[in-house]
Design a protein around this ligand. Structure first.
Ligand code: ASP
Length: 435
């Protein structure tokens, strides 16, 4: 804490500091490029912005994604094997899924209440300037029956190859449980998986060390393409979502954490800064998963058997930030088209947005696609999405950070309720330089 900047610059800067500096530099460089507005074919655009910088950002995200399937599988096999010992898998699953659904329902309800107060779609002239142009096809909701069937992998290798996370989670869970019941053979294989898990954690640390470079590239692109004029047109919509996201992250989660665990929300948020920065830069809770999992286990003190189950499941089905955007967007679009949403429609939105959050893949921009489903359910014109597309990118970054915070909060609460949270690790000073 007392280190001076000059000693830090001598190679001892913490990872967070390096990420923050990289973010700032990237944004400045990108904004400069946007301001100078070089022609597309200029070499700076062709070879730097759309060349090296674009490649750098994509490689970073792909490296993170590379870890996801092997990490979730190995980590969850280890976790499920210990769950099998204690026989607590059902209770843990129930609590985790229940909390995920509850926080999402709170998120979307609060977002709509705020939106009904700020009236983002009654913005007068500026809002009326935008013309919905693009045609959108509403996504049809899969039936509950199909959703359930789809969780079961007919071919676990194909599920892994296609990155179907719920299927991978189910297979790893069953495999780990079988491991715990398979006597000596199970024991042997279990120590192999424990070793493999250590190696995966090491690999994550190696890739996380590259975060400043990846984040620099991603932020340069953001700075170069961010349209402030677009944001100004829908300023009230944008502000309403930011307020709702902040309220959820700074009030709902802290209250939940404090009341259910007695832990300090500030200490929690301070330790979450790396996953938050990576989520913000990548707009993908899936790509952030390795960083979230490592933080939840190593800094928040959640044991592997809870973290390896709750965090990947959360990254897949828990999207509070996305549900907030969908709640506000629904009110915005209804107001823009002068359609009155009655109580039944509002409740339908809560229900559909909560379920849609389960079906939203943890990658950039998908929240907007599942928004078509929510709009369709309450009979709103799906074309309305064209109104908000201009600000979608920045909001995606912000809501992904909230999505990831929700996963870590629930994992911590569940671990604490099982008396398994290592409070010494949670309260220990952050050893992030180790990264
Ligand atoms: N980008 C979000 C996530 O990965 C999903 C979305 O809202 O589009 O969490």
């Amino acid at each position: 804490m007392t280190r001076t900047l000059s000693t830090d610059i001598g190679g001892r800067m913490s990872l967070t500091q390096r990420i923050l500096i990289a973010m700032g530099l990237g944004l400045i460089l990108g904004a400069l490029l946007q301001w100078i507005a070089l022609p597309q074919e200029h070499f700076v655009n062709a070879f730097v912005l759309n060349g090296v910088i674009d490649a750098g950002g994509k490689i970073f995200i792909t490296l993170l994604k590379m870890l996801v399937v092997p990490l979730v599988f190995v980590s969850l096999v280890c976790g499920a094997a210990s769950l099998g010992d204690t026989g607590s898998v059902g209770r843990l699953g129930g609590k985790t899924i229940g909390l995920y659904l509850l926080t999402t329902a709170i998120a979307v309800s609060m977002a709509m209440l705020i939106a009904l107060t700020t009236d983002p779609g009654l913005g007068g002239e500026s809002v009326n300037q935008i013309q919905p142009a693009t045609a959108y096809e509403p996504k049809t909701a899969p039936s509950v029956k199909d959703t359930l069937i789809n969780v079961v992998p007919g071919n676990p290798i194909a599920a892994m190859a296609d990155g179907k996370m719920l299927q991978v989670i189910l297979f790893a869970l069953l495999f780990g449980l079988a491991l715990s019941k398979a006597g000596t053979s199970g024991q042997k294989l279990r120590s192999f998986f424990t070793d493999l898990n250590e190696v995966m954690m090491r690999l994550i640390t190696m890739i996380i060390a590259l975060t400043p470079i990846g984040v620099f590239c991603l932020m340069t692109q953001l700075g170069a393409t961010l349209g402030l004029a677009e944001i100004a047109k829908v300023a009230m919509y944008f502000a309403t979502i930011v307020i709702a996201l902040l309220a959820h992250a700074a009030l709902v989660y802290p209250l939940l954490l404090k009341s259910l665990t007695g832990l300090s929300p500030l200490a929690f948020l301070a330790k979450m800064r790396e996953p938050l920065l990576v989520a913000f830069s990548t707009s993908s809770s899936g790509a952030t998963l390795p960083v979230t999992l490592r933080t939840v286990e190593h800094k928040l003190g959640v044991p592997n058997n809870v973290a390896s189950f709750a965090v990947p499941l959360g990254a897949t089905i828990n999207m509070d930030g996305t549900a907030i955007m969908q709640g506000v967007a629904t009110v915005f679009i209804a107001q823009f088209y002068g359609i009155d949403l009655g109580l039944t429609a509002l409740l339908t939105v809560v229900l559909t947005a909560t379920l849609a959050s389960i079906g939203t893949a943890a990658v950039p921009g998908v929240g907007l696609i599942t928004l078509t489903l929510v709009l369709d359910q309450v009979g709103l014109p799906v074309e309305g999405i064209a109104l908000i597309i201009g600000v979608a990118r920045l909001l995606d970054m912000l809501r992904t950070a909230v999505n990831v915070t929700g996963d870590a909060t629930v994992a911590t609460v569940v671990a604490s309720s099982e008396n398994q949270l290592d409070r010494d690790v949670f309260n220990a000073p952050d050893q992030q330089a180790a990264a």
